[in-house]
Design a protein around this ligand. Structure first.
Ligand SMILES: Nc1ncnc2c1ncn2[C@@H]1O[C@H](COP(=O)(O)OP(=O)(O)OP(=O)(O)O)[C@@H](O)[C@H]1O
Ligand SMILES: CC(C)(CO)[C@@H](O)C(=O)[O-]
Ligand code: BAL
Length: 342
């Protein structure tokens, strides 16, 4: 069922329940769900295509479209969130979805705002959670409900919302949800800007400033790679303080500086160096017109989003950034691995 036709629209839990049941005696098809807030773009399409590739033609791909009031702090952000259901049905179908479940607020919360909610715990209070109090409780509550309503074998979420993905993995583990969570790499514009439904609010100047988010992340990644390459040369005997001193005596300043850089390279590239590389780009963008207003740039442990200490020499990390450009708040992040000298 991968023809480029609009996906079937399901509006209620009853329609979803009755949707394409397995024939009597036939095995239930494997079901993948991709949860969204609509205004679908290529980032969502890549999640849907990945979901289709994993479950195959015999499987079912259900996309949910629901702008969840529970996870919005500012009413204005909720009100202006883009809603484009017809285009969403076409994009979801073209990317390989069978059905789009787009319930009303009353359908999802028939008793009004739920009194019993999922608590995101300490991880939900850091970074995005600090900037948007209650956001992650609201997000996890609706994800739990949508998992119950759609009953998937697998659920796909973007790495672009890295803290959200980590919290969903944690909820599924802590509360024994019978579903496999799959993370999908961030889709970007050719110039690096992470695709986001909120990008449509940026005018040309704001978009130019907003490019600093991804450029900061790439600068940090490149700094880490350069430090790791220097360290690999150090391991291969390519530099030492003695060699640098010898070259200085011979007047070979450039070669001396190179030998010294190799000798001093840390095996991990150094968390501080990585943060500094990102910060330099973001500081420049604060002077752009319009300016970038930095909310945070943080190098964190992907398991719990605590800050990576400066003496950490190995392991996985996420460099995450959030900033406001004009009236639009944007986030981005990049996974990094320390200590991976080749
Ligand atoms: N650029 C992207 N690459 C990969 N996945 C993405 C991308 N953008 C969003 N997603 C994922 O799509 C799913 C639905 O996200 P959502 O509908 O909030 O879109 P969004 O573009 O992130 O919206 P916004 O940025 O306005 O919050 C989430 O799992 C999210 O991580
Ligand atoms: C997971 C989600 C669909 C829950 O509303 C939302 O947070 C999103 O679009 O990332
Ligand atoms: N993209 C994550 C959902 C939100 O911003 O509310």
């Amino acid at each position: 069922m991968t023809d480029p036709v609009a996906a079937t629209l399901l509006r209620t839990a009853a329609e979803l329940e009755a949707y394409a049941p397995a024939a009597p005696g036939a095995p239930r098809p494997e079901r993948a769900v991709v949860m969204t807030m609509g205004a679908l773009h290529e980032g969502h399409a890549s999640l849907i295509r990945t979901a289709r590739a994993v479950v195959g033609r015999a499987g079912q791909v259900v996309v949910t479209v629901f702008v969840n009031p529970l996870q919005f702090g500012e009413a204005a952000d909720l009100d202006r969130y883009p809603r484009t259901l017809d285009a969403d049905l076409a994009l979801a179908g073209a990317a390989g979805a069978d059905a789009v479940f787009a319930p009303s607020v009353d359908e999802v919360y028939p008793g009004g705002e739920p009194q019993v909610r999922i608590s995101a715990g300490p991880m939900g209070e850091r970074l995005e959670g600090a900037a948007r109090p209650g956001h992650f409780d609201g997000m996890l509550t609706v994800v739990a409900k949508l998992l119950h309503l759609t009953g998937p074998d697998l659920a796909f979420f973007g790495q672009k919302d890295a803290q959200q993905l980590a919290l969903i993995r944690r909820m599924v583990r802590d509360l024994n949800f019978p579903v496999e969570i799959v993370g999908v790499e961030t889709a970007r514009e050719p110039d690096g800007l992470a695709l986001s439904s909120r990008n449509r609010f940026l005018d040309a100047h704001e978009r130019h400033t907003a490019l600093a988010l991804s450029r900061a992340l790439f600068a940090a990644r490149d700094r880490l790679a350069a430090q790791q390459a220097l360290h690999a040369r150090a391991l291969a005997g390519g530099g030492s303080e003695d060699r640098a001193a010898g070259l200085t005596r011979l007047g070979e300043a450039r070669l001396a500086a190179d030998a010294q850089a190799v000798a001093r390279a840390r095996p991990d590239g150094g968390p501080a160096a990585v943060r500094a590389a990102a910060r330099a780009v973001l500081d420049d963008a604060a002077a752009e017109q319009p300016p970038l207003a930095l909310d945070y740039v943080a190098l964190v442990d992907p398991a719990d989003f605590t800050e990576i200490p400066d003496d950490r020499t190995a392991g996985d990390a996420v460099l995450a950034v959030a900033a406001r450009v004009g009236a639009t708040r944007l986030i981005d992040n990049i996974p990094l691995t320390f200590g991976a000298t080749t």
